[in-house]
Design a protein around this ligand. Structure first.
Ligand code: SF4
Ligand code: SF4
Length: 353
């Protein structure tokens, strides 16, 4: 499964689901959006397994994406999820910070987990390189490439003009024969980076489409958070609130809600649909509400407001949501990568196609 196949699903509501398998991580990168350490929270495996077990061949997401913290601290769980997902026709994706690359050999359980998934992505950036040498990560990726595995690099920099990005992109392309897609993102002021990202470097951690109204493009894929709470988007502020998330962004809990229920709520909840169609600011304006702060703060403020609920009930949002989705599909995977991450390097998601 090439990265382009994954990103082409991004605008389609409930076509995929994120699983945050653990907040723990053996690394301590200075920009970590989840503020992960080895002592961070880790909950039971059961909610994740239950949710994936509720997929059927007739009703399942196209893709399940596993991350953390470091998902490979739970290699057996990764393997089980990938295997169970495949039984119902769901593909699997795994993102790792590559802690294991520091060892001479990939530990057997980690290798089995990587072999179990349909796409493996490695995080790389200047902060990771303080913990794991780039050459070690590239050596693992070269070995996986030689086995014909579908892999990609998730590279992060400070801005489009960050000299690190130019140098690292060149090095990765050389080392992997220009055949491995690279998704280039920019550090956002969340998690540990919030402590040092200054005003000049502050970028939106969520970028709606540039048009007016500006639809939210992050609310299509549900996220199962570390404790099993299921939320509507991958905004880290929302994910970190767990059970305290605003009502319209809370889709349930993987302990008791199966995929059919989670999917139904994600696809049909009126306020969520309206946010996907025109964005929270337009919903607030149409409802006579003031803007509560930035884009996502405005979204969170819509919860439980009867005027926002009445606005979102209008049938026109069904049409507007479809229109917003079609515009994103026309933008394509590189367009998504340019908007969500680095505008300069967006095209690199197509390498190796
Ligand atoms: S590898 Fe990822 S999860 Fe771990 S500390 Fe670094 S950024 Fe955070
Ligand atoms: S606008 Fe709302 S749904 Fe979209 S990313 Fe922000 S908080 Fe999440």
């Amino acid at each position: 499964m090439h990265l382009l196949d994954i990103l082409s699903l991004r605008p389609v509501p409930a076509s995929a689901v994120f699983l945050s398998l653990t907040r723990r991580c053996p690394l301590s990168c200075r920009h970590c959006s989840t503020s992960s350490t080895l002592r961070s929270e880790e909950h039971s495996e059961l909610p994740f397994l239950r949710l994936v077990s509720s997929f059927t061949s007739g009703l399942h997401p196209r893709l399940v994406l596993m991350s953390g913290g470091e998902a490979l601290l739970r290699p057996h769980l990764v393997e089980r999820i990938a295997a169970r997902a495949r039984e119902s026709g769901t593909g699997s994706y795994l993102l790792s910070g590559m802690f294991f690359a520091r060892q001479a050999r990939i530990p057997a359980p980690v290798r089995k987990a990587i072999e179990a998934v349909d796409h493996f992505a490695a995080s790389m950036d200047a902060f990771h390189e303080e913990e794991v040498p780039r050459r070690a990560v590239l050596a693992v990726l070269r070995a996986l490439q030689a086995e014909d595995r579908d892999i990609s690099v998730q590279l992060t920099g400070l801005s489009d003009d960050d000299p690190y990005l130019a140098e690292a992109v060149g090095d990765i392309r050389d080392a992997l024969g220009d055949q491995v897609p690279i998704l280039v993102g920019l550090v956002g002021p969340v998690g540990r980076a919030a402590k040092w990202a200054d005003g000049r470097r502050r970028i939106l951690t969520h970028r709606p489409m540039a048009s007016v109204p500006a639809p939210c493009t992050m609310a299509a894929w549900p996220v199962v958070t570390f404790d099993g709470t299921v939320v509507a988007c991958c905004n880290q502020d929302v994910v970190d609130r767990g059970g305290g998330v605003p009502a319209h962004l809370r889709l349930g809990h993987a302990d008791r809600d199966g995929w059919p229920e989670i999917r139904r709520r994600s696809v049909t909840r009126p306020l969520l649909r309206a946010v996907r169609a025109v964005g929270p600011r337009a919903v607030a304006t149409l409802s006579g509400l003031h803007q509560a702060g930035d884009y996502c703060e405005t979204c969170r403020s819509l919860a439980d407001d009867p005027r926002a609920a009445a606005t979102a009930d209008r049938p026109v949002f069904t049409l507007l949501e479809r229109e917003a989705r079609n515009r994103q599909l026309a933008e394509g995977p590189a367009g998504f990568a340019r908007r969500f991450g680095s505008a300069r390097y967006g095209e690199l998601v197509g390498l190796g196609r």
